[in-house]
Design a protein around this ligand. Sequence first.
Ligand code: AMP
Ligand code: MG
Length: 295
Amino acid sequence: MGKKGKKGKKKKSTSAASGTPFSDALRVGEGYVLADLDTRRTPAFDGDKSDGVDALLAADGELDGLQERLYAEGTAGGSKRVLLVIQGMDTAGKGGIMRHVVGSVDPQGVDLTAFKAPTEEELAHPFLWRIRKALPGPGKIGVFDRSHYEDVLVVAVNDLVPPAQWKRRFSTINDFEQELIEDGTTLIKVVLQISKEEQGERLAERLDRPDKYWKYNPGDVTEREKWADYQVAYQEVLDKCSPASAPFYVVPADRKWYARLAVQQLLLEHLRAMDLTWPEADFDIEVEKERLANS
Ligand code: AMP
Ligand code: MG
């Protein structure tokens, strides 16, 4: 997509693509070690921040178009749908993904759910009960801001249920996700991974700025104190729930602009691979043209 370079800078393609698809650069395979990730890196992208911001904007149109096709297929009886699962520590940038990536498509085509601590009613049901209720219908892009993975993350770290119980959930989750895929769901699972230092800076900013106080939650520091335990829990999720058919993508997220671009490109790569087509007219086009001309 040809866009003008920034003034005073040499002209660069806004894609600044390194040639490797984001999905290949970020996919979690066997033997993946989360602790080895450099959270400031920008895999599959060679540009700097301003290139990244440009690239994000430049791809908005394509994302919007593909989403519209998906929606159109859904209205014509297609079963395809997308579920984008976003996990990450507090301040990892989940909200920014919602605003800057998901926010660029028609809100009618998006089912966004932010999962909080379960209500009493939710706790009275199996952990997937509230998740199933929030699944996207045909033609929709479902987005989970936190997800069923909290039931093996915050739950494991805080002993909210006995270990024997949460340990069974990995295979329950794998079976559940296979079921979704068989029903026509393209599942995209993302961990936004920040460093502890970066989280410290982001929380400090929330305490320094009156326009950020509302985002600060004293509980965030309580969870931060268990940082190492969370990393172990995340590693276990990646070890047990990243089969080739439903892999996780770990996005280095210390640079917000990169994390947004990476998630957008993951969405785009998956949507392109869905071979979405415009539905055939279910009426006689020539007849309708004539009726219109005579009306
Ligand atoms: P936030 O995403 O910052 O609005 O916070 C939502 C809170 O809900 C986080 O502290 C999560 O850990 C918590 N949460 C989400 N899902 C669960 C769950 N299944 N069990 C317990 N806590 C949860
Ligand atoms: Mg929070």
